[in-house]
Structures are given as structure tokens and as C-alpha cells.
Design a protein around this ligand. Structure first.
Ligand SMILES: NC(=O)C1=CN([C@@H]2O[C@H](COP(=O)(O)OP(=O)(O)OC[C@H]3O[C@@H](n4cnc5c(N)ncnc54)[C@H](O)[C@@H]3O)[C@@H](O)[C@H]2O)C=CC1
Ligand SMILES: O=C(O)[C@H]1O[C@H](OP(=O)(O)OP(=O)(O)OC[C@H]2O[C@@H](n3ccc(=O)[nH]c3=O)[C@H](O)[C@@H]2O)[C@H](O)[C@@H](O)[C@@H]1O
Length: 445
């Protein structure tokens, strides 16, 4: 059992802190956001993450997990200091290391005995060494030893607790093998495969993993756009290629592009790193560009179906960047909804859990519905942006009756073409428009 200070109690810090407590460690989660800490001390969870609330309560009750704004004493009382603060995108596309630097300097000022400092945040290659120097520059007693270890995080929002508890692999990048082993031992109860490497490789593994997954998504979205032009069905194509074990079926769901707090910023940060090194990562630039364009494909489909959008009311189902989270950071909805409004439409939105988050982003620009059916009633068309369970099990008969015009434009391919047409709904989805051979490029060949 180790004593751990988790510095930064956001999606990653709160889940890691709670799960590390759950596997037996004694964890203090700290944050500069005093409101967040106060909420957590009252047993309230500031984010929506399945399974997290119960796990927090259990570990707080067991005395293994606590929340504090007193970072200095948490640091003093802990063997390992995990840094899990944000690394948002700077205007240049680079990762903004401001929060990391301020934590490193704080640690430096409060270091009174040996500590292992673990970087959980996603940081550009070389950051571990910068953290080392920021700590050193602020130490009152430069003789105190410490290690900086890179231990990137791979959890997904919406399944974060399960991703941690069934961790597929643990990456540990360190200069001193003893420090690497200390960090690996923290995760020992999970029985996961650990890969030991240098800090630079560990930092690169994180960006390469996210960029590769983003590449798969942009690739299948580009194929989807081609499928529409040739009358093929991207769902069949994804299944057909995904069954090749060298390709794999994961991350081949065509849609309206990837969003969230990580793929967009991490692809930009990797591209920035490449540019800094004088390497033109053209492939990655295309992945980013394809994703940008994909966010607007539903607008084009809607205009094709309805014509002029001025004076129309459009229902939007799903605002979060994926199901099972209330996170709207870089969600496709943030790009598409302003575009609908700019085209003259009134927008009525509904999301099962992200409504209060949505109010922060959209304010009074949209109307907020109550439940699916109240939201779509009387609308000219309905868009599906997130594949929440509630939206993939709609009562299609009611949908047809409630919409002014029975048009559904689905950015997540939640339904078969047959089920929608069977209910008399004009259905537009991604990469599988039901066109006859005469309407496709084939007819012109
Ligand atoms: N959200 C995700 O699913 C994943 C995120 N990551 C990476 O983990 C890092 C954290 O991401 P999130 O948890 O999503 O961010 P977040 O924004 O949800 O949380 C960061 C927290 O750090 C706190 N903070 C900022 N400065 C601080 C300081 N000086 N001292 C103490 N606390 C401070 C903030 O108040 C905030 O509560 C990022 O680098 C991200 O790229 C990695 C894998 C998954
Ligand atoms: O670094 C991070 O923060 C995390 O980023 C992603 O996790 P997350 O963003 O939570 O969610 P994903 O499930 O990866 O989905 C990201 C986006 O891609 C989209 N997506 C995903 C898969 C797919 O086949 N198609 C597709 O469009 C989703 O709708 C969503 O908008 C990675 O999957 C995690 O491994 C990583 O730790």
C-alpha cells in the first residue's frame, strides 16, 4: 500500500484517485478548484461517469480516499505525487503546459523528502525533463532526491472506471529502474501487462495511440463519403475490413467525426511537435482536416432534404461528444448547432445527461427540450448527434407522427435503412445513402 497525492481532480485525476484507493492505496485528491473539492467532500461528484459515485462513496467510507485543497500537506504526506492536471490546446495547436509547470514549481517549493512524481497528464515529448528542471529550480534544498516518471493514461470517458479496473496495459517511462518499478507496483493488483521504457517513448506512445485511433476514424469517414458516391454501405465495408485481424474492427464506426477533450487537442499537439522538428506530418494534417469537414456533413444532408433552413425548427438529439458522458469539450454539436443557427434554423436540443453542461455552451441560442418526444414534436426534422441508448431505441411510429416532416438525419448510423423506411421516415445517415445505381458515379463510368 502506498500513500498517493493526486494533483488535479478532473476526469482523469478523480477516476485514477478513486480506483487507486479501490485497489488498496491511501489517496488524497487535490485541486486548485476549491468548489470542486467542497462538492467532493460533501459526497457530490462533479462529472457524470458510470460507476464512479458508488466507488467514491465506498472508498471514502473505508478511509482510503479523501479530498483536500491543502496540496502542500498532501504532498508532504505522500510517497507518490500523480500529476493529472489539464494540458489544453494553445492557440498555436501546441499543448499548453501552464498547469503542469505551476504544479511542478509548487512541488519544488514543498519538497522536504524523496518523492516519486508521476506524470499522468498527456504531455509532449520532453516534458518529463522540463518538469524535472521546474522542480529543481524551485527547491529550497537541492540535495533532496526525486524521480519524474511518465505514466500516460488510456481511459475513455463514459467507461473510465471499467477501463482502469481492466487496464489493458501500463506504460512506465523512467530514467531510474527503481522508480519505474515503484510506479508499476502501484498497479500490481490489476494484473496488467507493464511496458518499461524511457520517458520520451512513454510520452510518444500516448500521442501515437490517440493519433492512430483518430486516423482510423477519419479513414472510415472518408470511405463513408466515398460509399455515398458509389452506392456502397459503409457499415458493411467496416465489418468487412474489420474482420481482418490485422485491421481490427474497433474505431471503424463512421459518423460526424471525433470530438472530446483529447483526440482533437492531441492530434494538433502531435502535429505541432512534428512542425517544431521540421517534419511535415502530412498524414496527420489530413486526419485533422477530414475530421473538421465531417462535423458539417449533416448540415449538407439536411439542406438537401429540406432546402432552405430559414424558418425551420430542427430537433437535435445528443450534445455530448459520445454517450455516457456529460462532456461537451470539442463535441461535434458545438460546431454543427451554430452552423444550423447561422443557416436560419431554430434549434431545440435534448441530451439525457449533458443539459446543464449544454446551457454553459449554448446559453439562450437554443431551446432546451424535456425528453425526446417533447423535443421533436412539431419540428421540421430531427438530427441524431450522439448514440445514447435512449436514441437508438426510439419509438419510430411516434417519431413519424410527432415530426412536422418525417425526416431523420442520423450522424451515428443508429438505425437500419429498412427500419426507418418501414415506418415511413425519410432517413439520411452516414455512408450508406440508399441510392439506385443510376444515381451514383457508377452510372457515369
Ligand atoms: N479526459 C480523458 O478522458 C483523458 C484525459 N487525459 C489527459 O489527462 C489530463 C487531464 O485531463 P482531464 O482530467 O480531462 O482534465 P480536467 O480539466 O477534467 O481536470 C483537470 C483538473 O486539474 C485541476 N488543476 C489545474 N491546475 C491545477 C493545479 N495547479 N493544482 C491542482 N489542480 C489543478 C483543474 O482545476 C481540474 O479540476 C490531460 O492532459 C488529458 O489530456 C488522458 C487520458 C484520458
Ligand atoms: O486521451 C484521452 O483522453 C482518451 O481519448 C480517447 O477516449 P475518449 O475521448 O474518452 O473517447 P473515445 O471512445 O475514444 O471517442 C472519441 C471520439 O471518437 C468518436 N468515435 C470513436 C470510435 C469510432 O469508431 N468512431 C468515432 O467517431 C467518438 O464518437 C468520440 O467523439 C481514447 O479512446 C482513450 O484511450 C484516451 O485515453
Amino acid at each position: 500500500m502506498r500513500t498517493i497525492a493526486m494533483i488535479g481532480t478532473g476526469y482523469v485525476g478523480l477516476v485514477n484517485g478513486t480506483c487507486l484507493a479501490h485497489i488498496g492505496h491511501s489517496v488524497q485528491c487535490c485541486d486548485t478548484n476549491a468548489d470542486k473539492i467542497e462538492w467532493l467532500q460533501q459526497g457530490r461528484i462533479p462529472i457524470y461517469e458510470p460507476g464512479l459515485e458508488a466507488m467514491v462513496a465506498e472508498n471514502v467510507a473505508a478511509g482510503r480516499l479523501s479530498f483536500t485543497s491543502d496540496m502542500a500537506s498532501a504532498i508532504e504526506q505522500s510517497d507518490l505525487l500523480f500529476i493529472a492536471v489539464g494540458t489544453p490546446m494553445a492557440p498555436t495547436g501546441a499543448a499548453d503546459l501552464g498547469y503542469i509547470q505551476s504544479v511542478a514549481e509548487f512541488i519544488g517549493r514543498h519538497l522536504t523528502a524523496y518523492k516519486t512524481i508521476v506524470i499522468k497528464s498527456t504531455v509532449p515529448v520532453g516534458t518529463g525533463r522540463m518538469v524535472d528542471s521546474w522542480i529543481r529550480a524551485n527547491m529550497q534544498n537541492p540535495q533532496i532526491p526525486f524521480d519524474v516518471v511518465s505514466n500516460p493514461e488510456f481511459l475513455r470517458e463514459g467507461s473510465a472506471v471499467a477501463d482502469f479496473m481492466k487496464m489493458e496495459r501500463c506504460i512506465v517511462g523512467a530514467i531510474r529502474p527503481e522508480a519505474a518499478q515503484l510506479v508499476a507496483d502501484c498497479f500490481e493488483p490489476l494484473n496488467t501487462k507493464t511496458y518499461f521504457t524511457t520517458p520520451e517513448s512513454a510520452e510518444m506512445i500516448k500521442y501515437a495511440a490517440n493519433a492512430f485511433l483518430a486516423t482510423k476514424i477519419s479513414f472510415i469517414n472518408a470511405i463513408a463519403n466515398l460509399c455515398e458516391r458509389y452506392g456502397a454501405d459503409v457499415e458493411d465495408v467496416a465489418e468487412g475490413i474489420g474482420s481482418d485481424s490485422r485491421i481490427g474492427s474497433a474505431f471503424l464506426r463512421a459518423g460526424i467525426g471525433y470530438g472530446g477533450s483529447c483526440f482533437p487537442k492531441d492530434t494538433h499537439a502531435l502535429n505541432w511537435m512534428a512542425d517544431q522538428a521540421g517534419y511535415n506530418f502530412g498524414l496527420l494534417k489530413e486526419v485533422i482536416q477530414t475530421n473538421e469537414e465531417q462535423k458539417y456533413v449533416l448540415l449538407k444532408k439536411l439542406v438537401q432534404a429540406l432546402g432552405d433552413l430559414r424558418g425551420t425548427t430542427i430537433a437535435v438529439l445528443g450534445l455530448s461528444f459520445k454517450p455516457n458522458t456529460d462532456d461537451l469539450r470539442d463535441a461535434p454539436s458545438l460546431a454543427l448547432i451554430p452552423a444550423l443557427i447561422a443557416a436560419g434554423a431554430s434549434v431545440r436540443v435534448y441530451d439525457p445527461v449533458a443539459m446543464s453542461e449544454a446551457r454553459k455552451w449554448f446559453g439562450s441560442d437554443v431551446n432546451y427540450g424535456i425528453g425526446v418526444y417533447q423535443t421533436i414534436a412539431g419540428c421540421d426534422a430531427c438530427l441524431i448527434l450522439t448514440e445514447w441508448r435512449e436514441f437508438i431505441t426510439l419509438d419510430l411510429e411516434q417519431v413519424r407522427q410527432l415530426l412536422k416532416r418525417p425526416i431523420v438525419v442520423d450522424g451515428r448510423n443508429c438505425y437500419s435503412l429498412a427500419s426507418m423506411s418501414g415506418h415511413g421516415i425519410e432517413y439520411h445517415s452516414i455512408g450508406r445513402t440508399a441510392v439506385s445505381a443510376e444515381q451514383t458515379v457508377l452510372s457515369r463510368l
